[in-house]
Design a protein around this ligand. Structure first.
Ligand SMILES: Cc1cc2nc3c(=O)[nH]c(=O)nc-3n(C[C@H](O)[C@H](O)[C@H](O)COP(=O)(O)OP(=O)(O)OC[C@H]3O[C@@H](n4cnc5c(N)ncnc54)[C@H](O)[C@@H]3O)c2cc1C
Length: 400
């Protein structure tokens, strides 16, 4: 047994692990922190994008250090709607994230254990694959996505390439959704992020029921989209792929049981369910959790107990706040026919810009919810009613 006094261990040096380490150490000079990472480097190889308005005000000035690209508008395209929205969109990446924490590594406050797999956790200890047990003040589990029997899921799946075109590609602003493409097997769109005049990330994305990713098929569709845009003359700089969970329902009784398991490590990031239920994106939530933890420790004079309690409450609040988003997902995945799912989004992007921003930021009011649901939702009413209540939906799923 090796004892770490008065400090924190975070397992997983991905997005949420690093953001939390960064914020906690910057705000709390007396805390030391160890990050345990299974791979040989921190931060992986990612780009992470978000609407600026998705961030809570408390983290906005802090987030600036992480952002590499920023656009003051973006476009969406559907068969019957094209629109440019004055919403600031930002992207950071693994390099910028590593740069944010590097000073803390250099001054010895952030200790790293790389190529170290964790096999078991509790609130104050971790067991490594080697069998060694480390004791600490508080364990935060940031190991990324893990399916749970509480959650009923659909998936957002994508394959993306950053290409460098020989001639300028001609895009000034991101296209967040180009859903004018063929709708195959579910809601499909292409996402384009123009990093420079010659560099653009092109990502083919699907909302489908299962998690399988047919990479070859998607690559072929990407080839065809890139060719249609006239970007044939290019080199590929980077590729990425992802299968993100989209939550349709959470079994409240099981959720309570798991949340009240005594002595468990505190989950953060995707592991803790902190992502936007409709988009699968987690950066704004990861920043919020990091701020909450750092702030509570500071407020409580460097003690960890209040922050632990705060995170238990935060997990529950997040679960409750996303109830409406889960309902929308059930409409998208279970009520709308796969080839018609795009109509749900086409209609959504007809709403006022402020409502769209509030929706992505999870700040929607009761009135916003009604505005989104009432009117002419492009889903059959009997299917909508069947999937309306979370508990009924779960009972139906279990019965099948
Ligand atoms: C390709 C891709 C693009 C995405 N783009 C966006 C985006 O633009 N915007 C957005 O908000 N979200 C995006 N997401 C979703 C989400 O933000 C990311 O998945 C994000 O990285 C999740 O952060 P996390 O810290 O929870 O997990 P991760 O960043 O996945 O970090 C988990 C870490 O834990 C380590 N680990 C796992 N198991 C162990 C173990 N047993 N022991 C030790 N270490 C372990 C892993 O090696 C990894 O480093 C994207 C996801 C993917 C896959």
């Amino acid at each position: 047994m090796q004892h770490y006094q008065k400090d924190i261990i975070i397992i997983g040096a991905g997005l949420s692990g690093l953001l939390t380490a960064w914020r906690v150490l910057e705000e709390n000079p007396d805390i030391t922190l160890t990050l345990i990472e299974g791979s040989d480097k921190i931060g992986g190889d990612h780009t992470w994008s978000f609407n600026w308005s998705d961030l809570i005000p408390e983290v906005q000035s802090w987030a600036k250090e992480f952002v590499v690209y920023e656009w003051d508008k973006y476009d969406v395209k559907f068969p019957k709607r094209e629109r440019q929205l004055d919403i600031t969109y930002c992207t950071g990446n693994s390099d910028s994230l590593r740069a944010c924490v590097q000073p803390l590594i250099d001054n010895g406050r952030l200790k790293l254990m790389l190529k170290t797999k964790v096999t078991q956790t509790s609130a104050d200890s971790v067991t490594l694959a080697s069998g060694k047990i480390l004791k600490t003040g508080w364990v935060l589990d940031a190991r990324g996505f893990e399916p749970k029997d509480t959650n009923y899921l659909g998936y957002q799946k994508f394959v993306g390439r950053t290409i460098k075109t020989k001639a300028p590609h001609g895009l000034k602003y991101p296209i967040i959704m180009d859903a004018t493409v063929d709708q195959i097997g579910g809601y499909r769109f292409v996402y384009c992020l123009p990093f420079t005049e010659h560099e653009v990330l092109v990502e083919d994305t699907y909302y489908t029921d299962g998690p399988e990713l047919s990479e070859n098929e998607i690559h072929a569709r990407l080839d065809s989209y890139i060719s249609d845009k006239g970007w044939d003359d290019h080199e590929i700089i980077r590729q990425e792929k992802g299968v993100l969970p989209i939550t349709l329902a959470i079994d409240s009784a099981r959720f309570d049981e798991l949340a009240h398991e005594s002595g468990r490590a505190t989950p953060i990031g995707i592991r803790g369910g902190y992502y936007h239920a409709v988009t699968g994106y987690s950066l704004p939530q990861a920043m919020k959790s990091a701020w909450l933890i750092a702030d509570k420790i500071k407020e409580d004079g460097g003690r960890l107990g209040a922050a632990q309690a705060e995170m238990d409450q935060h997990e529950y609040d997040h679960y409750r706040e996303e109830k409406f988003l889960r309902l929308l997902n059930r409409m998208l995945f279970r009520a709308a026919k796969p080839e018609k799912r795009y109509k749900v989004l086409q209609r959504f992007y007809g709403f006022q810009k402020d409502l769209i921003e509030r929706f992505y930021a999870g700040q929607y009011s009761r009135k916003d919810q009604l505005r989104i649901l009432i009117g002419r939702p492009p889903v059959p009413i009997h299917k909508a009613l069947k999937n309306f209540k979370e508990a009924d939906f779960i009972a139906n799923e279990k019965a099948q």
